[in-house]
Design a protein around this ligand. Sequence first.
Ligand code: FAD
Length: 422
Amino acid sequence: MQYDVIVAGTGPGGASAARGLSDQGAKVLMLEWGGGDAFNGSQAQSLSMIGVPGKNILVTPEALIVGRATTVGGSTSLYCATAFNPPLEMLQRVGVDISREAEEIKGDLPCATLDDSLVGQGASRLMDSAQSLGYDWQKLQKFIYQEKCRLGCYKCYTGCPYGAKWTARNFVEQATEAGATLLTRARVRRVIVRRKQAAGVVFHHEGRDKRAYAPVVILAAGGLGTPVILRRTGIQEAGYDFFVDPLVIAFGVTEDFEGGGEVPMTAGMHLEEGIMLTDLALHPSVYRGFSAQIMRFDKVFSHKRVLGIMVKIRDDLGGRLTDYGGVRKYLGKADWKRLDKGYHVARKVLKRAGATECFKSWNIAGHPGGTAKIGDVVDANLMTRYDSLYVCDCSVIPEAWGVPPSYTLACLGKRLSRRLCA
Ligand SMILES: Cc1cc2nc3c(=O)[nH]c(=O)nc-3n(C[C@H](O)[C@H](O)[C@H](O)COP(=O)(O)OP(=O)(O)OC[C@H]3O[C@@H](n4cnc5c(N)ncnc54)[C@H](O)[C@@H]3O)c2cc1C
């Protein structure tokens, strides 16, 4: 198999690069570890994409659960579609300017705060409560086709079957329409390097190892997947000193609230020190899982009366990945302090919103990155020390950052495709 470019992984970084390259006439092969079945909105399907221990659920020595989705579109398939503006200054410090791409992606995707008619009761109540306490709690930008979105549905987390949520799958579809080839259930093992230049990949598909060749290879297997491939290719320094963006969900049990499905992360705020709080309505079974996990069996069936706030922090860089992608990271004192402070504020907001009792989930994390940082493992063009071997996913984020990265990664993919075709 001979192509112009091979892209390993179809999250927002890889899909955006593949789309840009295919649009410009390159013959692109996308290799994706996960499957690509259409979303049907079922819990069973979402579990197959994000619920497999060791593949999607990785546990640190402190029992922090780091999650990632393995399916076409990567974690955006099950994400909350919150579109945070890219950290332009942080990237400019390492020689990367994506201001043009940020404008273009914003024009290209449905990027806006939700219309009031789509703001759920819980989100609205928490926003009123936080604002009455003097916090700057505002609606957040979403990547949602609002005319297709509906209240009373919990399906952002299961894969939106209505096509309302923009995911990296949309870019994958556009890439295939422009002529790219997508191979699902194809796990890239290593890059073939000849004379210090990428020449193709070895990947596992249908029970055996196969090879595909291209003079350009882009690794976009995510913050946890890419370092494993880099190390097998001889770049041993990948997979150290990274972030995971830990979070807890603060739950408030009320007497008078009767919740239903709503879009999660409709509104929120940032506190100093890298703490972010947003509303977080959970699917009933996810809520049950979280409350059972912390032994709050008395609250397992209280879902309708419970308000949720996500407390996410920017953790300090640290830790190492094992050669198989295991996450060995301990949170520092400052990280625990940020989580405590965020939870303390969340309790205040929940109580003002009418909660009579509060409790919190287990510690989890969903944005692993910084494992192949710009200026460290890749240069400002996202190229590794091997010619024409690039990385384009959350691995390249150069500093601890603490906010959802999909918008930024879509911009980085677009920039990379533009540079490769120039
Ligand atoms: C529940 C949840 C909610 C979130 N909400 C938001 C949000 O609202 N806004 C936001 O911006 N971000 C959100 N995120 C985070 C966001 O989805 C991720 O940070 C983002 O998708 C990372 O993109 P990526 O390109 O680095 O990798 P990923 O999205 O992880 O994609 C990597 C892809 O590579 C594939 N892969 C891995 N290894 C291999 C291999 N060896 N060979 C081939 N393929 C491979 C994987 O299957 C996957 O499809 C959320 C995450 C989760 C889990």
